[in-house]
Design a protein around this ligand. Structure first.
Ligand code: ARG
Length: 609
């Protein structure tokens, strides 16, 4: 149950009765929000001012607020609302209602989150690394954010097809082909093809005049040009290059596998660019036949889409270019492949929405692509480019270089985090021992499981915990901090919940199968109960706006309420057995909600830390 939705449904008939223009009711309902200041109540309804204006009684907002309150149906949910200031309606949930609602949540495996009223089908385009080179940090962000969105939408009952649009056919293969033909070490390739290809990639990139140059266009750089020619031969079906491509692919995919495994990310499909290659001529012909594309100086071009309103200033500055779908030399482009991909996805999964989790530099590409796809006939589907900012290097606070040599490999980043995870774990054990607590020795596999969960969790959480569009500094120290809004802190909070049950030798199953009544005897208990009931709001908002950080923000609030509760309300030493049971139920729910919320972000918990 979503509290906010419930409250809105109490207000809806009252507002419909009072509003002169019924079409405005959704706007009025949207003005019911969680109270910014807990002293004013739990929620606040701020539509009286707008409604008073609509009723031509602009000076009587306070009176209108009272009329709204008087028109609310009798209910078990709210204390009598109060009207403050110019017409704010302050809402406070009855403690009795909170207690009963929470008891119901305890028996729900989804912890109160209702299934989507209208389940939709989503295709999420995530990760999309260029497989012939070491995975760089930009793809880490796409993988982590994309996976979180897959999990969140699926949890709400939507159908989600995750698709890894691998760059397995482009420029980088030219680099490998050129490198393999001119610089290969046969023995090294035989012993470890993955490593040898990675070496060749870096070696050749270093020979480019500008190492970072990834542009596809004409060049006067002889090495780059030679690489481009290898790519062109591959695309033209040259038997030698095609055979080498087939030889390289398994090694390239093998470079990625351990990273996905380590990140705990499973992507349903991996239909890379090469998959669409046979469909490209058909796309161009169809575009020509429908008069969407035309010939221009030997190339096939889709002209500038008219009537597309730029959304940001940056977009406004750049004039939307026409898209080339077949170059003069006959080569197809990134756009042609993306158009073929859209058609394939529509034919195969008939999605309602296609979400692309790709870095901000591709904004123009996607804006143009979506406009073309709509003109091509895919007008009803929701296309979204879910952009994200850059990951910045901790010392210089600048972007990581994307070239093969400069950016640290992902494994290195994850190893750094796991190393600090181990340090945190050892500190915590030492500290507890110093305080005279008994800490049992864990075997080494258990310890590695814990430090890996801390390390990988820290990296993911740091990525997810701010608005995805902002840049952030990859600061492992901060990520694994045990204070503040980090995965480590949440994992601690979870382990602390579990420790209470261990210490009291209590089986939590009883609290889930037939939960005891919740007693609200202290402000901290009430605040915690309310926070637990707000989990559905967090998940639904994160899904509606495609913003996973709304879940981490929720977790942070929950952890804070839990900490206040923990300081003020003894659990195992509660005054009565009933109170002890009630508080154990709260503790169990905190643990379950943290675990579930972290799972939606792809982060593991551990039973002890
Ligand atoms: N391989 C691309 C890159 O690294 C990302 C792919 C994004 N997805 C897409 N459908 N274009 O830039």
């Amino acid at each position: 149950m979503n509290l906010l939705t419930q409250i809105r449904s109490l207000f809806e008939p009252a507002l419909t009765a009072l509003a002169p223009d019924k079409a405005k009711v959704p706007d009025y309902l949207a003005a019911i929000k969680p109270a910014a200041n807990a002293e004013h109540g739990d929620y606040q309804a701020n539509m009286a001012m707008a409604l008073a204006k609509a009723l031509n009684r602009p000076k009587e907002a306070q009176q209108v607020a009272k009329e709204i309150v008087a028109a609310l149906p009798a209910n078990e949910m709210l204390e009598p609302p109060t009207v403050a200031g110019p017409g704010f309606i302050n809402l406070r949930l009855k403690s009795d209602f909170l207690a009963k609602a929470l008891q119901a949540v305890a028996t729900d495996p989804k912890l109160g989150v209702p299934p989507a009223a209208k389940p939709r089908t989503f295709v999420i385009d995530l990760s999309g690394p260029n497989v012939a080179k070491p995975l760089h940090v930009g793809h880490l962000r796409s993988t982590i954010i994309g996976d979180a969105l897959v999990r969140i939408l699926r949890f709400l009952g939507h159908r989600v097809e995750g698709d890894n649009h691998l760059g397995d056919w482009g420029t980088q293969f030219g680099i490998l082909l050129y490198g393999y033909k001119n610089h290969r070490d046969d023995a090294a390739f035989k012993a470890d093809p993955v490593r040898e290809l990675a070496r060749l990639y870096v070696t050749i990139k270093k020979q480019f005049k500008k190492e970072d140059d990834e542009e596809d266009g004409p060049t006067d750089d002889p090495i780059k040009k030679a690489c481009q020619e290898e790519t062109a031969k591959l695309h033209a079906g040259d038997p030698e290059n095609v055979a080498l491509w087939k030889l390289f692919m398994p090694a390239c995919l093998e470079m990625l596998r351990p990273i996905y495994e380590r990140l705990d990310v499973k992507i349903d499909h991996a239909l890379g660019e090469s998959f669409y290659n046979p469909m490209l001529p058909g796309v161009v012909e169809d575009m020509l036949a429908r008069g969407i594309a035309s010939e221009s100086k030997g190339a096939i071009v889709i002209p500038n889409a008219k009537g597309v309103v730029p959304r940001t200033e940056e977009e406004q500055k750049k004039e939307e270019p026409p898209a080339i779908i077949r170059k003069r030399d006959g080569a197809f482009t990134y756009t042609t492949t993306d158009l073929a991909t859209i058609k394939y996805r529509m034919d195969t999964w008939k999605p309602d929405a296609m979400l692309y989790v790709v870095g901000a530099p591709q904004a123009l590409h996607f804006k143009t692509l979506f406009a073309q796809a709509r003109r091509w006939g895919y007008a009803a589907v929701e296309f979204q480019h879910l952009q994200f900012g850059s990951m910045l290097e901790p010392v210089t606070k600048k972007k990581y270089s994307t070239s093969g040599g400069g950016a640290p490999e992902l494994d290195t980043l994850l190893n750094d985090a796991a190393r600090l995870g181990r340090q945190r774990f050892e500190e915590s054990v030492a500290e507890r021992r110093a305080h005279g607590h008994e800490v049992s020795d864990l075997d080494t596999t258990e310890v590695s499981r814990i430090v890996e969960a801390i390390g990988v969790g820290a990296v993911k959480y740091a990525d997810l915990c701010q608005n995805r569009t902002t840049d952030y500094v990859f600061d492992v120290e901060k990520m694994t901090s045990t204070v503040g809004n980090t995965a480590t802190y949440m994992q601690y909070a979870y382990a602390r919940c579990r420790a209470i049950f261990r210490k009291g030798e209590i089986d939590e199953a009883r609290f889930r199968a037939s939960p005891p009544p919740v007693l609200v005897t202290h402000a901290a208990e009430r605040a915690l109960a309310l926070q637990l009931l707000r989990f559905p709001e967090a998940v639904e908002n994160a899904a509606a706006e495609y913003l996973p950080h709304l879940i981490t923000a929720y977790l942070w609030d929950l952890a804070k309420s839990y900490s206040v509760f923990f300081e003020n309300c003894p659990v195992l030493k509660a005054e009565t057995p009933e109170l002890k049971d009630s508080r154990l139920l709260l503790v169990d729910l905190v643990g379950r909600v943290i675990k579930q919320a972290l799972d939606l972000l792809g982060i593991r918990v551990v039973e002890r830390m």
